[in-house]
Write a protein that binds this ligand. Structure first.
Ligand SMILES: [Zn+2]
Length: 480
């Protein structure tokens, strides 16, 4: 019976514990079972695996059932700490530090062992926390975008699932109502409950024991976001999500639930028909899709990218850019040269000042979409940009396509044109001419610290979620 090394340590501690209880020396016990003191010591230190016959003899000599000797539990607190320390010191994480192995002696005070174990625990915690660093998050995000690019931003399985659930709710056409969303939840066996005290780190909380989905108050402005959140929470259940094991899996799940919610709010059949008609009439527009289904401009823009390649035979791009020009989200399968860092990550990169995603901010009439043709080193692109603002500041949402496909869109007749030479820095990043000559060496701006697009995530079972908050919240609500 091969025993794992870690169990040998526990076994050794249990033997020593029972031997000390019976006030036997190594020599005395060794004599009874036919082992030299040195051999018995090796067993007690977990460095030698005793044969079953020896174990039986030891159990007999110590007057305990064999099962007691073999129990996986540490015999007392001190032994538990010693076992934990021995394991921690064998961990590659500690080995990598090149520090000596500390051998615990009988005379070592308990606080010294507690201190060492505490430091090892903290070392392990920091190492696992580092897994969800911004760098890791960015890499996972980039891979995710590549995967979606390969499939034309389209996920047929989720389309089908959403179409079935929406139809089952009794929905016929137009915008999905709050009522239909709660019917969908009921059919899934869940009740939607609106509360004022959701944990700060969550968008919704699902109580799997009592089959409830907690959401922010129904009265918040812009209720369409609320339908989306309820649908996303249902998406987790319908798509069989488990607790994510990695940041990449967390991102993938988030993408899937967002996709599911979008499919419910803008179901495949209805949306495809709507968009195909608009293309035929050459009046494709995000605005119209948004208004027909009562969703946000961003949701409509992304939905257009979902169906464009598979159902409209077009390549497209999507950008969400902040007021200071940083790219928050981006997708393209039409060759638009998105700014990227050396790792291929686009989040937080500055978009060319000439692109409509930025020039739209300088436009005076912002109630309607802003249209522009932009010549880039990768060809000419047509774009429609809508600006908006949140408490975090301004943002713009752009959807566009290569020049040859502009003919299907409303706004194709715009005379607005721009030339972008980015990533060539002389395009819009390096000052030039007389102004540059005048101020070279004479300007000393103090930079504002940019908030990271992807900031470090607190550790926890779900990245970015404070589990203690969530459990406390569920405690308070479960019996209501
Ligand atoms: Zn530029």
């Amino acid at each position: 019976m091969p025993t794992p090394a870690s169990d040998l340590v526990t076994l050794g501690h249990r033997i020593r514990h029972f031997r000390s209880e019976r006030a036997l020396t190594l020599d005395q016990l060794g004599e009874q079972v036919g082992l030299a003191a040195s051999q018995l010591s090796l067993i007690e230190n977990g460095r030698r695996e005793p044969k079953l016959s020896v174990l039986q003899q030891l159990a007999q000599a110590l007057g305990v059932p064999l099962a007691d000797l073999l129990s996986g539990e540490a015999p007392n607190t001190r032994a538990a700490l010693e076992i934990e320390l021995a394991r921690a010191q064998k961990n590659p994480l500690y080995g990598a530090l090149g520090l000596p192995q500390v051998k615990v002696t009988k005379g070592m005070p308990l606080p010294a062992i507690e201190s060492l174990v505490g430091l090892h625990r903290e070392l392990a915690r920091r190492a696992s926390e580092a897994i969800a660093t911004p760098e890791e998050a960015r890499r996972a995000n980039t891979e995710l975008r590549e995967r979606m690019r390969e499939r034309g931003n389209y996920m047929p399985d989720i389309e089908k699932l959403a179409e079935e659930r929406v139809r089952a709710s009794g929905h016929v056409s137009g915008a999905l109502t709050h009522r239909e969303v709660s019917v969908m939840a009921e059919q899934l066996g869940f009740t939607l409950i609106y509360v004022n005290d959701l944990p700060h780190s969550t968008r919704s909380v699902t109580d799997l024991a009592n089959h409830r989905i907690y959401l922010p108050p129904a009265s918040i402005p812009g209720g369409h976001g609320l339908r989306s959140m309820a649908l996303q929470a249902m998406g987790h259940r319908l798509l069989g999500h488990e607790r994510p094991a990695s940041y990449a899996e967390f991102l993938w799940q988030r993408l899937e639930i967002n996709y599911f919610a979008a499919c419910c709010l803008m179901p495949l059949e209805a949306t495809r028909t709507f968009l195909q008609n608009a293309k035929r009439e050459r009046v494709l527009s995000v605005e119209d899709l948004r208004d027909a289904f009562g969703v946000t401009h961003e949701a409509a823009a992304l939905r257009l990218t979902n169906l464009a390649t598979t159902h409209l035979d077009m390549t497209v791009h999507f950008l969400r850019v902040t007021g200071d020009g940083a790219l928050q989200k981006g997708y393209e399968n039409d060759g638009l040269p998105l700014p990227a860092d050396v790792t291929g990550s686009i989040e937080g990169q500055l978009v060319c000042k000439q692109w409509s995603a930025r020039s739209a901010f300088t436009h005076t009439n912002r109630t309607t979409e802003f249209y522009q043709y932009t010549d880039t080193p990768a060809g000419t692109f047509w774009c429609a940009t809508q600006t908006g603002s949140t408490s975090d500041g301004e943002f713009s949402i752009s959807v566009g396509a290569p020049f040859a496909q502009a003919k299907w869109f409303r706004g194709r007749e715009t005379t607005q044109r721009a030339v972008s030479r980015c990533p060539d820095e002389s395009c819009c990043r390096r000052p030039s001419g007389a102004v540059a000559a005048r101020w070279d060496g004479q300007a000393w701006p103090s930079a504002r610290l940019h908030a990271h697009v992807l900031s470090p995530l607190p550790s926890g079972t779900f990245p970015g979620v404070d589990d203690t908050e969530v459990y406390r919240f569920l405690e308070e609500h479960a019996d209501q």
